[in-house]
Design a protein around this ligand. Structure first.
Ligand code: G
Ligand code: G
Ligand code: MN
Ligand code: NA
Length: 257
């Protein structure tokens, strides 16, 4: 309850920030996009990551307001990247995490459309990250909304892939473009044959469904080598960069042009 109240003040006082983690082509050092990651600038604790408060936002319903802010802020930033010609439209996409409750809002599709229109950004610049857990609530509604958003031009990634209740039949029905291999499998993939096999299986399955594969939490060149050999397309992780603020991402993009 204490945290809930603190989060409400944070909303009122505009204490939320978005940081951005670059997504890199596994075969060449090229920035393909970035994932927007929420941060709370806490007066005493400094920057707080959502691991500590996402469940409170979700359970209290505050995620609807915070999620709207994230969408708005991400679109605003994307518009700036386009205006400053730091990216090429069609070659860079910004990924936004969407919580189950947010996705279930009846007017979610319209909200996304309105945010893009307000900032005049093309839909193909945006990707939405959803989790496998989202699907079990109501697969028909989820699939219908995904088709609508995709017909507008947005793309979808399944986040934390491999950690949820993924079944092949669900995956086949979902209009997704990308699977994000969870960092729990990447961490020990060069030393643990079990994790290596799971990654091989995810990549083989994803490729056979024509999906793009993005590995998360890549920290070492050995991990990247392994992933590349297995056919992974792109990665995020400390090896290239942690999530950074808007100015730092702009600087990274400027340097890479
Ligand atoms: O940045 P960090 O690794 O601490 O993020 C922890 C988790 O919080 C991530 O797995 C991510 O999916 C989730 N998350 C981060 N930002 C957002 C956001 O803007 N909205 C939602 N719904 N989840 C987020
Ligand atoms: O969306 P998701 O819940 O997967 O968010 C990824 C989280 O992992 C973020 O909180 C981010 O800060 C963190 N992260 C990003 N890159 C790395 C990395 O290379 N190693 C580790 N340990 N964590 C990372
Ligand atoms: Mn994510
Ligand atoms: Na993830």
């Amino acid at each position: 309850l204490r945290v809930e109240n603190d989060l409400r003040s944070a909303l009122q006082q505009s204490a939320f920030r978005l940081h951005y983690q670059p997504q890199i082509d596994a075969h060449q050092q090229r920035i393909l996009g970035a994932e927007a990651l929420l941060r709370w600038e806490h007066p005493e604790k400094g920057l707080v990551s959502p691991g500590c408060f996402m469940s409170v936002l979700e359970e209290s319903g505050m995620i609807l307001e915070v999620g709207s802010w994230v969408l708005e802020e991400a679109c605003r930033f994307m518009a700036r990247l386009i205006k400053e010609q730091l990216i090429d439209v069609g070659e860079f996409s910004l990924s936004i995490n969407i919580s189950p409750r947010q996705f279930r809002q009846s007017d979610f599709v319209a909200r996304v459309g309105a945010a893009m229109a307000a900032h005049q950004i093309p839909a193909r610049c945006l990707q939405l990250e959803i989790t496998e857990g989202m699907v079990i609530h109501d697969i028909n509604d989820t699939v219908a909304k995904m088709h609508e958003l995709r017909s507008m031009g947005l793309s979808f990634a399944i986040d934390d892939f491999g950690t949820g209740y993924s079944s092949l039949s669900y995956l086949k029905r979902l209009p997704v473009d990308q699977l994000k291999i969870d960092q729990s499998f990447v961490r020990d993939c060069t030393v643990d044959s079990h994790d290596a096999e799971i990654i091989r299986a995810i990549i083989a399955m994803g490729r056979s469904l024509n999906l793009k594969l993005v590995a998360e939490g890549v920290e070492t060149a050995d991990q990247l080598d392994f992933l590349r050999q297995q056919g992974c397309h792109a990665y995020q992780g400390f090896l290239f960069s942690a999530a950074v603020d808007d100015e730092s991402l702009s600087a990274l993009l400027r340097r890479s042009r």
